[in-house]
Write a protein that binds this ligand. Sequence first.
Ligand code: SF4
Length: 431
Amino acid sequence: MAEQIIKGFTLQSSGDPSFLRKEEDTIPEDEPPSSAGEAQSAASKKIESRSNLRLVFSREEDDDSWKGLLARSITKAVDLPKQLCMDVITVHDVTRRYPMRINPYYLGLIKETNDPLWLQAIPDFKELNDPLGVEDPLNEEEQSPVPNITHRYPDRVLFLVSSQCAMYCRFCTRKRKVGRSLTVTEETIALGIEYIGRHREVRDVLLSGGDPLLLTDKSIERILKALRQIPHVEIIRIGTRVLCTLPQRITIRLVNMLKKYHPLYINTHFNHPIEITPEAAKACGRLADAGIPLGCQTVILRGVNDNASIMKQLMQGLLRIRVRPYYLYQADLTQGTGHFRTPIDKGLEIIEALRGHTSGLCVPTFVVDVPGGGGKTPILPNYLLRKEKDTLLMRNYENNVYSYPFATGEGEIRTANVAAREGNHEDWNYF
Ligand code: SF4
């Protein structure tokens, strides 16, 4: 079976150079600007004003507009708008190690330096000074039986099928790879599909990267089709940030193709309510209308969203655009991202501020992806106060204390109810 799959996959893709987008494995060596002033005056000639960009978006309703936007991405420090780049030389230095890509759509959402979107997109000198971080904090390489597959959990695999993203987020866990050293070829895709075909325990495949939706429709379909030929693959998930960073990518043509491969799930990634735009709502609506359940993974980032009120707005906004908050991540110990990291208590504080204060659908699971490949480990505020002989004592979201009987048998429930009737515990309520 595996042989047929890989053979079919190779046959379909052979002779078709457009199978994968051309992947850039190295960071282009920019000529450093001779001075900040010179660089920025050049930049001002090249860069369209943000109001012009908004006009461009509204004109570009055709299915391929996303390619034009992506092609106009800023990748060099000298091309950043003057008002958003204080230090061209430093940004240039950072991009030599960690690439930059900001497409005009996301750039148009940035209002000023140090705003929550600016922080996610613009390189920072702190990326080069992070003594605590490590390159691969989640041990993805060690748990990789074939290139670009990570097999950590018993019934599912992570399958990296793209090295490109619509934006290179400064906090990215895979910043060691995206846009530069993650090599995706027809061969690595075929090897990954072969591996999945050989491992009957794999019932769930998560396509990630980079961003899988930066591949062409044709390339994505070939991967989905090959996976759907494997009988034990029950569900396919796609991890993508384009709904947030380049929603124009969610074209009608793409959606019509994706919906042929159900059960298909998409997990996206929004970090701030400003990212919930009419364009993002339209993209999410298209996918939801096609029956694709949408979840969101958000990372807590210092200065961006480490605030309970902002998180509440974000989670409520996500539900409005038909995206279910799924995970809230503690930032990984990734090298070059230390300046974004918050204490674990911040995540607990945020969950505490959500649970009970807004609908349960708005409350993601707070997880730490524990270093060393231990996997996602949930952490909850402590609502269970004490175990007593017949009951559990717990607190609710308003910090009122309640009890619940051990419901292991009728006798125990009766005992607890008797205690309540006798009024032994005045402020205990029974459900
Ligand atoms: S889109 Fe995802 S994979 Fe790509 S740079 Fe951003 S966080 Fe990393």
